[in-house]
Write a protein that binds this ligand. Structure first.
Ligand code: 13P
Length: 255
C-alpha cells in the first residue's frame, strides 16, 4: 500500500500568530474524523519552522516541511537556508522544484538535482515538484516536459535514494488559477510518471512511490482527484490556508 499524503504549502503567507492559530484550527476541524490513514505535512515559511515544528509534530500523524533549501551545505550566502538547518528544526521534509521557484527564482533542473542531493544527505525527504506549463500542454508536449524534469533533476539517483522521494505533479497552469486538471488529465499524467519511473527503476520503486497532485485542488474537487488510482494525495496551496477547507481535503482521501 502506498502512503497517502496531503501537504499544505503555505507559500509566503501567515504571520507567526496566524500560523499558530491555523494549526489549532486544523486540529479542531480534524478532531471529529479519523485521518490516521493520511500523513499530513505542513510547510510554513522558514521563519516559523523551528517554533511551529514543535507544535505540529506533537500532533499525531503530522509532519513539517520547508518550502525550499539551498543547494550547498553552508557558507557566505546571505539570506539563504541550508538543508542541515532545516533538519535541525525537526522538519523531516522539504519541497524542491516548485514551479514558483523555477519561474521567479530561475531554478533549473541542474540546480534542483543538487538540492535533492543535499536534502537526502541531510536525511530530509524531498517533495519534488514537476509539471508542464500551459504552452507545453497546449502543444501536446506535456509528457516530454515532465519527463525532461524527471531525467535532469532526479534520474541520477540510485534506486535506494529515489525511493525516498515524494513526487508532486503540479501542472503550472492549474496553480492558483482555479483551473484544476481533469480527473482524466491527472490520472493520465500520474500513470505516465509511474511508468517512466518503472522503466528507470523497476516495479518495486514505481509502485511504492507516492505521487501527489497539486494545482487548485480544494474541498470541492479533492475527492474525485484522490479517487484516481495513481493519485496518492495532494500538494495544496490556497486551500491549505483555510482550516475547514484543508481538513475537508484531508478527509477526501479514501482509506
Ligand atoms: P494552489 O492549490 O493554490 O493552486 O497551489 C498549488 C501549489 O502550488 C501547492 O504547492
Amino acid at each position: 500500500m502506498r502512503k497517502k499524503i496531503v501537504v499544505g504549502n503555505w507559500k509566503m503567507n501567515m504571520t507567526f500568530n496566524e500560523g499558530k492559530q491555523l494549526v489549532d484550527d486544523i486540529t479542531n476541524e480534524l478532531a471529529s474524523h479519523s485521518s490516521d490513514h493520511v500523513l499530513k505535512i505542513i510547510a510554513p515559511p522558514f521563519i516559523h519552522l523551528a517554533a511551529l515544528s514543535e507544535k505540529i509534530k506533537s500532533l499525531k500523524g503530522f509532519e513539517v516541511a520547508a518550502q525550499n533549501c539551498h543547494h550547498l551545505s553552508n557558507g557566505a550566502y546571505t539570506g539563504e537556508v541550508s538543508a542541515a538547518m532545516i533538519a535541525s528544526t525537526g522538519a523531516n521534509y522539504v519541497i524542491i522544484g516548485h514551479s514558483e521557484r523555477r519561474l521567479y527564482f530561475g531554478e533549473n533542473n541542474n540546480l534542483l538535482a543538487q538540492k535533492v542531493n543535499i536534502a537526502l544527505a541531510n536525511k530530509l525527504t524531498p517533495i519534488f515538484c514537476i509539471g508542464e506549463n500551459l504552452v507545453e500542454r497546449n502543444a501536446n508536449q506535456h509528457l516530454e516536459a515532465v519527463l525532461k524534469q524527471l531525467k535532469e533533476a532526479l534520474f541520477h539517483l540510485s534506486p535506494a535514494d529515489f525511493s525516498r522521494l515524494i513526487i508532486a505533479y503540479e501542472p503550472v497552469w492549474a496553480i492558483g488559477t482555479g483551473v484544476t486538471a481533469t480527473v482524466h488529465q491527472a490520472q493520465g499524467m500520474h500513470n505516465y510518471i509511474r511508468s517512466e519511473i518503472n522503466k528507470k527503476y523497476g516495479k518495486e520503486v514505481s509502485t511504492t512511490i507516492s505521487i501527489l497532485y497539486g494545482g487548485s485542488c480544494n474541498a470541492k474537487n479533492a475527492k474525485e482527484l484522490f479517487a484516481c488510482i495513481d493519485v496518492d494525495g495532494g500538494l495544496i496551496g490556497g486551500a491549505s490556508l483555510i482550516a475547514n477547507d484543508f481538513a475537508a481535503v484531508i478527509n477526501s482521501v479514501v482509506k
